[in-house]
Write a protein that binds this ligand. Structure first.
Ligand code: ZN
Length: 293
């Protein structure tokens, strides 16, 4: 071989070895694990914008925040601007891969907060709800899952619903965002999992009564296998939440929610009531459940 050919040969060999090493390392790198502290940072960020009320600056800011985080984690993002019963709705959809393929799992959370703390008494009733747990906790779990779910896992959609939490105010209904989203579905997700009020430091997750029981038992069993006693495998409460529009279409759906929360729709639903440990129990359970598919 001439020196020139030797050089080329050596260079090609180097490329081959380098490539093989790269593949090896990529396979050896364990998937990232859901981190409760990082999820909690997402709660603090949302709360820092103020209550995410319809039409408010904070509402626009949280949309920007969710979109920029998702893009940073290499998800494709679509805004769904629509209306329900004459009210504006802006849902956020994140996906990877083919947008026309039905996902195995749709994970949903609402990002809006409530105009009035009507579970308070006196003048506090006219103040808006900060929604650290009611709203921000579910969004935080979805955003941290966006970071840690490997792109090779089962196809997942992350959907951030608008207009969930202002029922019975100025002619608004509950769950308008998920109703609008479900009405415009062109493919059927195999399952839907909603997370709402999952950050309570004293977390007790009972199986919600409208939820598809088989699907719920699968998720609760996953939590048990990880040792998370926050998931209690008995049924309690029936809740009107973002899983209902999907159930009505015949899609198996579960609402993971802790309704034993004394600060619900009060001025005291603030970040100090939320704990990283609770967010982590829910996030790691969902991560393991999805990666086991
Ligand atoms: Zn609420």
């Amino acid at each position: 071989m001439t020196t020139r050919r030797r050089l080329i040969f050596f260079f090609l060999l180097l490329l081959l070895v380098g490539g093989a090493l790269g593949l090896f390392l990529a396979r050896q790198t364990p998937p990232a694990t859901f981190d409760g502290e990082q999820a909690y940072e997402h709660v603090l960020a949302q709360v820092s914008f103020g209550p995410r009320l319809p039409g408010s600056e904070a509402h626009a800011q949280v949309v920007d925040y969710i979109v920029s985080k998702l893009k940073g984690y290499h998800w494709n993002v679509e805004l769904q601007d629509t209306e329900w019963n004459g009210f504006a709705v802006r849902n956020i959809l994140a996906y990877r891969g083919n947008p026309d393929a039905a996902p195995e799992v749709l994970l949903g959370a609402h990002y809006d907060s409530r105009l009035y703390a009507d579970q308070d008494s006196g003048p506090a009733r006219s103040q808006p709800v900060t929604g650290a747990n009611d709203g921000a906790s579910g969004v935080a779990v979805l955003l941290e899952l966006a970071r840690v779910l490997p792109s090779a896992s089962a196809p997942v959609w992350l959907v951030f619903f608008d207009a969930e939490d202002n029922g019975n105010i100025q002619g608004r209904d509950w769950i308008m965002g998920s109703r609008a989203f479900a009405a415009q579905l062109t493919v059927q997700p195999q399952s839907v999992v909603i997370v709402d009020m999952v950050g309570d430091a004293d977390l007790n997750l009972y199986i919600e009564l409208n939820s598809s029981r088989t699907l719920a038992e699968e998720i609760w069993a996953q939590a048990a296998s990880l040792g998370y006693a926050q998931f209690i495998p008995t049924a309690k409460y029936s809740i009107l939440d973002d899983h209902l529009p999907f159930l009505e279409m015949g899609i198996p759906a579960v609402d993971i929610i802790d309704f034993d929360y004394p600060y619900w729709h009060t001025g005291a639903d603030t970040a100090d009531k939320v704990s990283p440990e609770s967010l982590e129990a829910v996030g790691r359970t969902l991560q393991a459940w999805i990666m086991g598919k």
